[in-house]
Design a binder for this molecule. Structure first.
Ligand code: ADP
Ligand code: MG
Length: 278
């Protein structure tokens, strides 16, 4: 779906590249997690995927971002957003209308959806993210977490092939975040490719099929969650945490076959090391 060849990007009037020699392929059906310290280039990478760079935000770009074989420079934002749904890290910045329902209708009208289908799509999208009861509310009365849910609903309503989400659960509580991850996993199972930027390593460990780690604009690690979280020294230097349970097992000096990255795996490992396992 995506192929990034030696992508380097400098924002206007900057000397240090925000992205440096990024080589990355994203395949159909993946659930790709992107982690990295603040300022490592995650949002810039998301903007290169959804075409904001180079169409709206200018700078110096070297290398290529190919979307289904075509350089994003040669596609319009409208072309890209027919397939790519985006959720930005600041929901305020891309909620356009005043009312919850209007926000979804706005996106669907842009896609020329049949008005009869519209009502059903609006209802389904709001229900999926658990805010059907807020349908007639004014957006400025919503909490941060509710706005994030609405932004996700708006992205889902147009049934994209790919979702690019930049820290979409930053204002949600732990249960709310897990609900969103479950929802993304459900859509991923239906064939939607998910590209998710997040700091929540516990959840990414559980849901992502692959993770990349950015450090100062470069990809320094790439692999399955278990491979990534095995490289704890490298992650530490890059300012990225590993799941708490993984840290605990390492601290205790316990033996393990495969590195525990979930609470269930951690519990099994502890019981086994204490001689009370199965
Ligand atoms: P992250 O999302 O990982 O926190 P960003 O992609 O937002 O990182 O930023 C990467 C780098 O680019 C940072 O050094 C940041 O200061 C810089 N940057 C981001 N946006 C701009 C901009 N509009 N103009 C200049 N520099 C920017
Ligand atoms: Mg960011």
């Amino acid at each position: 779906m995506y192929k990034l060849n030696n992508l380097t990007f400098y924002y206007k009037n900057t000397e240090v590249p925000a992205l440096k020699n990024i080589n990355l392929e994203i395949a159909h059906g993946e659930f790709l997690g992107i982690i990295g310290h603040s300022g490592s280039g995650k949002s810039t990478l998301a903007k290169c995927l959804n075409g904001i760079i180079p169409h709206y935000q200018h700078g110096r770009m070297r290398g290529q971002v190919l979307f289904n074989g075509n350089p994003t420079e040669t596609l319009s934002i409208a072309d890209i957003s027919r397939s790519v749904g985006s959720v930005f890290d600041d929901p305020e910045s891309h909620l356009i209308t005043m009312e919850v329902e209007q926000e979804l209708i706005f996106g669907l009208e842009n896609m020329a959806v049949d008005p009869k289908e519209m009502q059903i799509k609006v209802e389904n999208a709001l229900e999926a993210v658990g805010i059907a009861h807020l349908r007639n509310r004014s957006i400025n009365t919503l909490s941060g977490g509710q706005k994030q849910r609405l932004a996700i609903a708006a992205a889902l309503a147009v049934e994209p092939k790919i979702l690019v989400l930049d820290e979409p659960t930053s204002e949600l509580d732990p249960i709310g975040s897990k609900e969103i991850y479950n929802l993304l996993a459900k859509f991923n199972k239906k064939g939607i490719t998910v590209v998710l930027i997040d700091q929540k390593v516990e959840l990414l460990a559980r849901y992502a099929s692959r993770i990349i780690v950015l450090n100062q604009g470069e990809i320094i690690l790439e692999g399955s969650p278990r491979e990534i979280f095995s490289a704890d020294e490298k992650l530490n230097k890059a300012g990225v945490d590993i799941p708490q349970v993984t840290k605990l097992i390492k601290m205790l000096g316990f033996r393990y076959g495969k590195l525990p990255i979930s609470v269930d795996e951690g519990a099994a490992c502890i019981l086994e090391n204490m001689g009370i396992g199965k």
